[in-house]
Design a protein around this ligand. Structure first.
Ligand SMILES: Cc1ncc(COP(=O)(O)O)c(C=O)c1O
Length: 475
């Protein structure tokens, strides 16, 4: 048998490494000049790439060229300064390099025995986030793939701690603005649709306290077992924040677990304005916060924090005989005991390196800029009679509608839907639509700190132009 398989010489590794780094730098420095959107249908993609198993290896250059010119040319750039759709992921170069270090060293961040250094960095980084939110010293958490798994992890803990995993008759409460990942997590955990009490939100798209209290009391009277409320710390639709201090009070009184989905919004705690809006977040039992959203990390990194870190271990820890050797002292945390994954990568490094190199103050300014840009966008929108603000700038999200006189609500819905399609075809920017109170609205999420005022202005002018062309008066 050959002595070395699947390996490269030093020279080959350096050459490949430099080419990859050059490709990435090229991506970063040319990004704002590239189209934001790029879509292709399945048939075109099917045609583009060979499907046969590559029995014999090919040249590095050939493969890299294919990667550069045919794969990464067929993506939307969620890190582009004019990507305002859904929740953008503005990323940063330090964390991208950290990803290379993470993959290159292939640390097994599941156990302390195999990764004491990464384990300590994860503990420290989690601790920074707990301190940021103002959670007590008992708090802890772990990094996961994203908000969906963070919500799943937290709700599994709530189920275990509050119900002892006996779920019959249990009831859980959240608003109709809650992210679908919460409902999916509950399905995975085995809750039925009837056990999920999705309550209509108030005029500001927040959980209505009175409705919540009534639903809890009604369920108790019917012999059901209310056990958890999921609050929003920044909804995906409008950035709405549920009334956290009042919810914390109600949950204490009614002995309910309070989980906050801050996958999108909790990072706003980095700046003073965000801290004011999110007042009360420090009182939750558990919290999701996604660094791959408003903390500028490349995918995938989400985070779940719990008020009492021991609850994670109580919920997830299993020690099989083949892992006996990893069991060490109490303080030496095995992260595999705290969540769903045994094998897990050293995600913490990218956030830790970016915070160390840029500093928390720069992060704070970057988050604050998101708030400012949404307000700036609102001002530009208001300067056109064709736009109606649906929800004003809040948590770096503004929603609006293109309106034209003499049109029915349905016609206006149709135009707004079509505007998004036109924007996608155009490529200059990307926005998305959603439905609020039954009406189609446009939505801009402005969390990219490299977005300029000019980017916002030109994007809104483009949207207006699309609306003008699509409205019947221009026929
Ligand atoms: C409020 C909220 N919760 C949860 C999620 C799900 O996060 P992920 O896509 O990282 O799983 C999102 C995603 O946008 C979100 O905005």
């Amino acid at each position: 048998m050959p002595e070395k398989l699947l390996s490269m010489t030093q020279k080959e590794m350096r050459e490949l490494g430099y080419k990859v780094v050059d490709t990435l730098i090229e991506h970063f420095v040319t990004l704002e000049d590239k189209p934001v959107t790029r879509t292709a249908n399945r048939a075109a993609m099917d045609h583009e790439f060979q499907k046969g198993f590559p029995q014999k290896g090919g040249s590095v250059d050939e493969v890299l060229t294919e990667v550069r010119e045919r794969i990464f040319t067929n993506i939307m750039h969620l890190d582009h300064p004019r990507f305002f759709a859904f929740v953008p992921s503005p990323s940063n170069f330090v964390s991208v390099m950290a990803e290379a270090l993470i993959a290159g060293h292939n640390a097994f961040a599941g156990t302390w025995l195999e990764a004491a250094g990464p384990g300590q960095i994860e503990l420290n980084t989690i601790d920074w986030l707990c301190q940021l939110i103002g959670l007590p010293p008992s708090a802890g958490g772990l990094f996961v793939s994203g908000g969906s798994v963070a919500n799943l992890t937290a709700l599994a803990v709530a189920r275990n701690v509050r119900l002892g995993n006996r779920m019959a008759d249990a009831a859980i409460y959240f608003s109709d603005q809650t992210h679908s990942s919460v409902e999916r997590a509950l399905r995975v955990l085995g809750f039925s649709q009837e056990q999920m009490r999705k309550l209509p939100s108030d005029d500001l798209f927040r959980l209505d306290l009175q409705d919540l209290e009534d639903a809890v009391l009604e369920d108790r009277a019917l012999g059901r077992q209310p056990f958890c409320v999921v609050a929003n710390a920044g909804t995906t639709n409008t950035g709405a924040v549920d009334p956290l201090p009042a919810l914390a009070e109600l949950c204490t009184r009614e002995k309910l677990w309070l989980h906050a989905d801050g996958a999108y919004g909790a990072a706003a705690f980095m700046c003073e304005h965000g801290k004011e809006i999110l007042n009360g977040l420090e009182s939750v039992h558990s919290l999701s916060l996604d660094p791959h959203k408003w903390l500028f990390q490349p995918y995938e990194i989400g985070c779940v924090l719990v008020r009492d870190a021991r609850h994670l271990k109580d919920t997830f820890r299993i020690l099989p005989e083949y892992l006996r050797d990893v069991e060490q002292t109490e303080e030496q945390i095995n992260f595999c005991d705290c969540g769903i994954q045994l094998t897990r990568s050293f995600r913490a490094l990218k956030l830790w390196m970016a915070l160390r190199i840029f500093g928390a103050e720069e992060f704070s300014s970057a988050v604050a800029k998101g708030f400012y840009l949404a307000e700036y966008a609102q001002g530009i929108l208001e300067s056109f009679k064709e736009f109606e603000i649906v929800t004003p700038a809040h948590m770096a999200i503004v929603t609006f509608r293109y309106v034209a006189p003499g049109l029915s609500e349905q016609q206006i819905d149709d135009i707004n839907e079509k505007i998004v399609n036109s924007i996608i075809q155009h490529g200059f920017a990307m926005i998305s639509s959603t439905t609020l109170r039954g009406r189609t609205v446009l939505r801009m999420c402005t969390i990219n700190p490299r977005t300029t005022e000019e980017d916002i202005k030109q994007t809104i002018e483009l949207i207006k132009g699309c609306g003008d062309r699509l409205s019947p008066s221009s026929y």
